[in-house]
Ligand binder design. Structure first.
Ligand code: FES
Length: 103
């Protein structure tokens, strides 16, 4: 299944991601610049902040309560599109998802 990250410079990173992997781990595995994932996915760093393309927001799901609180501390432009990518788990429904690394 494919995931595309759009980097702040406009360049795309496209990778095959297996179901069950969260999208922060997938970004680390593919050296996506700007996604650090310092807390290892335990919802306590906000360094995995991404913007989810509008067409994919429903499928990616709602932000959780703690996720919302952590996003308030995230670097980069926080908007309705913002998610913490460690909280999005790859599944068949997300094949083709596009994420932007916020500036
Ligand atoms: S990796 Fe720390 S909140 Fe996502």
């Amino acid at each position: 299944m494919k995931v595309t990250w759009v980097l702040p410079g406009g360049e795309d990173v496209v990778a095959d991601v297996a179901a069950g992997l969260n999208l922060m781990e997938a970004a680390q595995n593919n050296n996506v610049a700007g996604i650090q994932g310092e807390c290892g996915g335990s919802l306590s760093c906000a360094t995995c902040h991404v913007h989810v393309a509008e067409d994919w927001r429903d499928k990616a799901g709602e932000k959780g309560e703690f996720e919302e609180a952590m996003l308030e501390m995230a670097d980069g432009d926080v908007s309705d599109a913002s998610r913490l990518s460690c909280q999005i788990v790859m599944s068949d429904d997300l094949d083709g998802i596009r994420l932007t690394v916020p500036t």
